[in-house]
Design a protein around this ligand. Sequence first.
Ligand code: KG4
Length: 337
Amino acid sequence: MLILGIETSCDETAAAVVADGKSIRSNVISSQVLVHAEYGGVVPEVASRQHLATVVKVVRQALNEAGVEARDLDGIAATCGPGLVGPLLVGLELGKSLAYAIRKPVVGVNHLRGHLAAVYLDHAKNPSPPPFPHVALLVSGGNTTLFRVDGQAKTVLLGSTRDDAAGEAFDKVAKLLGLGYPGGMVIDRLAATGSATAIHFPRALPGREDLDFSFSGLKTAVATRLAALGRPPENELPDFCASFQVAVVDVLVRKARRALAREGLRALVVCGGVAANGGLRTALAEAAAEDGFSLHIPAAVLCTDNAAMIALAGTWAIARGERGGLDLSVDPGLPLS
Ligand code: KG4
């Protein structure tokens, strides 16, 4: 089964062809990050216009790189939410139009379902994917959520952020430090040579049973410190970043371990852009060795927004018999049912 995936929920225009629910035949990602960097964050209307200008080229490139014609496809999957309404409409309407033209099924895919599916791609490099059920920690610029994943389309929400997402906290702190946008990667790089015990930043919601997250207090603690003491000199930035990063990582790891223990599960999937973080990967690997759970993190290109994960989740949906009509629409707040 050859499925074309289209992803336009935020600031990446992406298209991919996935064969038989496992091999990635192409995975094209056109990032708008430089366009939005000027504003320090994603501007929805600018994002919509960029998607409009790029999406047809990106889809053509994905088909070319996969060596297929549109008529060879068995179906099309496009992200239908959650995300920004304008960007979502651009990708979904193109998906529907193309599916109508080639007379093949189209399905709308929940973006979060895509992130959770990513770990089942790339079989050559990932020969032992996690069993169902497992716990998944989805950490990105828009989400920080723990799920119990019982099957391809069966998830139970265990906990979520009550305010900012972890990636958002990285981006806001990077902005406060004048490190540019998006800042997660820069903080990660600086933190690698800093001391994580130099400054103590607060950890929110430590309660024994709690599986929710909160990062706005941490962001405020950083802002308050900077207002009182000014921006640290260049040579102190690594310590500052390492201390901030460990405050985020500590909470993510603690809650993931707690979720595994509470659910009695021994496999953890971590996905979303923040899964690329070096400090988080090291701390999770240590926790996995200590507690005896298996850790599954997709390749970096499959952790951040991409269309291969949408094509895979769409393959599963089409195999289940799901079909979208021409009235298929987007939902910016689409929950994961
Ligand atoms: O999943 P993703 O590509 O999409 C959105 O949620 O939009 O995640 C992007 C987020 C950004 O907040 C970015 O700063 C963060 O992931 N990120 C990182 C790292 N790489 C990307 N955060 C911490 N460390 C990293 N290495």
